[in-house]
Design a protein around this ligand. Structure first.
Ligand SMILES: Nc1ncnc2c1ncn2[C@@H]1O[C@H](COP(=O)(O)OP(=O)(O)OP(=O)(O)O)[C@@H](O)[C@H]1O
Length: 248
């Protein structure tokens, strides 16, 4: 089976800083793949490079199609979706509107329908809301929701439309233990519905609990890969995390 996402030799320079050095990874359909590493290891840079938000050398292939010469919005159309570390919700829009706008189909029409009380949201919007149990809060604004729910709306937004690969950049940051566990179940549900999921997170309990495989970055390069148990026992990984409160 061909992987849904593969990168070969992805390399990013920021001036003199080599933020990513020759990163090659794969992620299969239905798989949750973790990308971990100490602060500054290059994880967000990798997501930016894969999704086209920063210039990179190397190749990015989604479902057998090279996308590395495409603009970010074209990569999104090819099925490459992402979340942002800082969250990206429109605070003045309802949960439904946030997702409908991201679904990309006639967004102004959807917005108009919602503003005028008409319910003609796309199938994608309804399907995604149902998947995450968001119907009860469909007409609320993000600021009225718990942080955990807001994070889920952010992921739901990323998933609206056609998604083959979703890259989640620290989606569980700031969640408490229970919220993080519930969030993890949602991530497994996403993968179970077909896409490949790349999860970046510092929460080792979450990563170890839901990832099938993990890549570890340090100084912009992959230093270990394997199951969560394998990489967490790897001496090179433990050394990379030395002095960090995140020691697995
Ligand atoms: N726009 C930029 N310009 C210059 N250097 C950058 C830029 N973005 C990131 N860097 C540098 O690239 C390296 C990798 O940063 P990156 O944010 O990708 O790491 P990270 O693993 O995501 O870190 P964290 O876990 O703290 O989010 C760091 O040395 C960082 O200072």
């Amino acid at each position: 089976m061909n992987p849904l996402l593969s990168t070969e030799g992805l390399t990013v320079h920021y001036g003199g800083v080599r933020a990513n050095t020759g990163i090659s990874i794969t992620a299969d359909a239905g798989e949750v793949v973790g990308l971990i590493g100490p602060n500054g290891a290059g994880k967000t840079t990798f997501v930016d490079a894969v999704t086209g938000f920063t210039p990179a050398q190397g190749t990015v292939t989604v479902a057998g199609r090279r996308v590395d010469t495409l603009a970010p919005h074209q990569r999104r159309r090819a099925g490459l979706a992402r979340t942002w570390q800082a969250g990206e919700l429109f605070l003045d829009l309802t949960v439904r509107q946030n997702i409908a706008v991201a679904a990309g189909r006639r967004p102004l029409r959807n917005l108009w329908n919602d503003l005028t009380g008409r319910r003609e949201a796309t199938h994608e919007t309804d399907a995604v809301m149902a998947m995450f149990g968001l119907e009860p809060v469909a007409d609320r604004r993000p600021g009225e929701l718990s942080l955990g729910r807001q994070k889920i709306v952010g992921v739901a937004r990323a998933l609206a439309g056609t998604v083959r690969v979703v890259l989640l950049d620290e989606p569980a940051a700031g969640l408490d233990t229970d919220e993080s566990a519930a969030f993890g179940e949602h991530v497994r549900t996403i993968a179970g519905s077909g896409p490949a999921v790349l999860l970046i997170d510092h929460d080792m309990t979450l990563v170890a609990g839901i990832c099938d495989r993990v890549y570890v970055l340090d100084y912009g390069a992959v230093i270990a890969t394997g199951t969560p148990a394998e990489v967490l026992a790897d001496p090179a990984v433990r050394t990379a995390y030395l002095g960090s409160e995140l020691v697995p």
